[in-house]
Design a protein around this ligand. Sequence first.
Ligand SMILES: Nc1nc2c(ncn2[C@@H]2O[C@H](COP(=O)(O)OP(=O)(O)O)[C@@H](O)[C@H]2O)c(=O)[nH]1
Ligand SMILES: [Mg+2]
Length: 340
Amino acid sequence: MTTVAGPTSPEHLAEGLRDGDMRSLARALTWVERRADGFEMLMGALLPHAGQAQLVGVSGPPGAGKSTLIGRLAEQFGAVQRVAVLSVDPTSVVSGGALLGDRIRMTDVSLADNVFVRSVATRGTAGGLSLACWDLALVLDAAGYDPILIETVGAGQGETEVRYLADTTVQVEAPGLGDHVQALKAGMLEVSDIVVVNKADRPDSAQTAARIRQTLALGMETGLAPHAFHGQANDTERGWVQPILLTDALVGTGIDELQVRIAEHRDWLCASGVRGDVERRRAARLLNLLVDQGWQARRRAMLEVAGWEDAVEAVAAREREPHAAARRLLQRVFGEGSGS
Ligand SMILES: Nc1nc2c(ncn2[C@@H]2O[C@H](COP(=O)(O)OP(=O)(O)O)[C@@H](O)[C@H]2O)c(=O)[nH]1
Ligand SMILES: [Mg+2]
């Protein structure tokens, strides 16, 4: 564990954060991201102030225009409220995509005050989404940022993970990437609350949107109900019809509507009662991730004590049958009668 220097108490910091003090915010974010000593106390002090923000996950293949789109959205939201952006995009440097901060034209001073951008290190990831992301989102939430836009990349686990963290998920596709096929396969579209076909300036964008619409409609017909992510009943039955929007993030076309839909989704979550499901799902996921982390560490230590090295040697030398060897290890860890 590392420590964060200085005498500031968690309560003190929480107060500064609530007052909009940027130094307190920076400090709290660093403290939490590093999991430095006392960070749990800080999180505890922030907890009563969190829970207001709408967490919006923005996913999609590299190059679809997520960062550009989020820049636009942040400008738009930032004109009237404080908005934060968490960028979990390790490829933005590699792919030549501009860093998110550069996308937001912070020329307007009041806008710069209202928009907070932070990238999240992807090391120490659980399921592709940095665990720190969950904690940082809570800090920003407690600091009064709303919405919090979270950019994740690729069709990997990070995208699946952000769906547990977010209240609202936006899947961004673009014509000509070919990647939407992957997204369809992975079921990404089906579990998104809002689908965006960006690069509407491209001639084939309407076709891409039509294909997506078709696929989602087909899923409905065949009973592979889209959008069964939030709970028992699927969201369509509960009144959320997944919009498919066309945007041009370069010039800003369609951003108004996207903003409206994001707000509508929040209203729907509250009115339909689905919000409670989202909270429980999020809590269960986070607890699972955290318990798993501790579990993995202990598991290793317990297996060492139970004779892991010997077992590996014996199995490698074909002196011991592997299934029996595994069962013996489990019996030593958990006691006789287990490990069947
Ligand atoms: N033609 C066009 N290009 C776009 C649009 N939105 C973004 N781009 C470009 O697409 C590239 C990738 O954008 P970026 O936002 O970095 O994508 P990300 O990888 O999904 O975050 C950049 O060169 C952008 O300028 C759009 O609506 N139309
Ligand atoms: Mg990006």
